[in-house]
Design a protein around this ligand. Structure first.
Ligand SMILES: *Cc1c(COP(=O)(O)O)cnc(C)c1O
Length: 375
């Protein structure tokens, strides 16, 4: 059996090596390292794929979130609501911009923002909601957008984990994850579903004026060379990363299918195990399984974590601490009873190996090892 990896980037690279190597060599010879033709070509390809008017490439997914918030003109003291159960980047940029993060609980079965908790958190100071499409499926965007409309709030989708997922509204309209709010952001970190070979990110919007603002902001607030109209940042996607992404984008749907296939194998194998809850997929979204995350309900999560490691099966706990309990983000306003779900999830969740290169032998070994240990 091939060695099992949490993410197999090498195996995936070998299958596209020729295309990637050729374009990287071309870039090395061209000297167009930043903002070269590949960046623009990838931007156009991604706009087409997502069905969105504007893609603004930038240096990473954290910058994408920060620049999106800057572009919307959010100001010190504005409250921004997001989920308590996510990667810290989401709340980090809210803090960096001196906005006020308001963390709310998530749903127990999808791990995405809880709509009732979101409604309860709205105050006259609320200016934006950041739904995170966690682990690869969309949050309940129809509800989020309705609340945003009612209270005149911006919606910034953190789509670092769900690029390629499709959302279906109750009237039948379909949209790609990240293109439903005022603005969407993503990360091309190597282990993300569409990953490059370094850091990368992008911002999506259908708003022409906002797109113009953002394009200058990523480049020192310049709209004309050496004229700085707004305070910006230096956050650019380099040509080599763009070339890797351009090669991988046509394969993204096949990558998502490969992940879904592995996820289906896992879920089938655990269907009769009463101590394991498999991921639930909401009916309004497809799931692209950035992570395949189980809940181990018999109190043996940590033992299983170690047992799998001892058997050469990598696995991870995403996330071990809810954001409201992180030293950097604690706040007297938070009450523990408002975080019943995240406080429980941190003790039950376990993410299994998930990537495009898992084979049947590996999946069989992983699921058998788990079912023999958790009965
Ligand atoms: C990865 C990730 C980010 C940050 O992306 P980087 O490219 O690593 O800066 C933001 N939000 C979520 C939910 C993520 O998973």
């Amino acid at each position: 059996m091939k060695k099992i990896q949490m993410v197999d980037l090498q195996g995936q690279y070998q299958k596209i090596k020729k295309t990637v190597d050729t374009s990287i060599e071309e870039i090395l010879n061209s000297s167009a390292y930043i903002n070269g033709p590949y960046v623009h070509a990838f931007q156009t390809d991604l706009e087409k794929y997502l069905g969105v008017k504007h893609v603004i490439p930038c240096a990473n997914g954290t910058d994408a979130l920060q620049i999106a918030m800057m572009g919307l003109g959010l100001e010190q003291g504005d409250e921004v609501i997001t989920a308590d159960f996510t990667f810290a980047a989401t709340v980090e940029v809210i803090g960096l911009l001196k906005l006020t993060p308001v963390l709310v609980d998530v749903e127990p079965d999808t791990f995405n923002i809880d709509i009732e908790a979101l409604k309860k958190a709205i105050t006259p100071k609320t200016k934006a909601i950041v739904p995170v499409h966690l682990f690869g499926q969309c949050a309940n965007m129809e509800a989020v957008l309705e609340i945003a409309k009612e209270h005149n709030l911006f919606v910034i989708e953190d789509n670092a984990q769900a690029i390629g997922a499709d959302y279906t509204f109750s009237n039948g309209t379909k949209k790609k994850a990240g293109t439903m709010g005022n603005v969407g952001t993503t990360s091309f970190f190597p282990s993300k579903n569409l990953g490059c070979y370094g850091d990368g990110g992008a911002i999506f919007t259908n708003d022409d004026e906002l797109a113009h603002t953002l394009r200058g902001m990523v480049n020192h607030g310049m709209y004309k060379r050496y004229y700085h109209d707004v305070v910006g940042v230096n956050s650019r996607l380099d040509s080599i990363q763009a070339a890797v992404l351009k090669a991988k984008l046509p394969l993204l749907d096949a990558y998502c299918d490969a992940r879904r296939k592995a996820a289906a194998y896992y879920s089938d194998a655990f269907v009769d195990n009463k101590n394991i809850i498999t991921p639930k997929i909401s009916d309004f979204t497809t799931h692209v399984f950035h992570q395949y995350t189980l809940q181990i309900t018999n109190g043996k999560r940590d033992e299983l974590h170690q047992h799998l490691l001892d058997n050469g099966i990598p696995n991870a706990i995403y996330y071990p601490v809810p954001l409201h309990k992180q030293k950097a983000y604690t706040d007297d306003r938070y009450k523990e009873e408002d975080f019943r779900v995240t406080n429980k999830l941190i003790n039950t969740v376990l993410s299994l190996p998930m990537h495009t290169e898992l084979d049947k032998e590996q999946l069989e070994f992983i699921t058998k090892t788990i079912n023999n240990f958790i009965k």
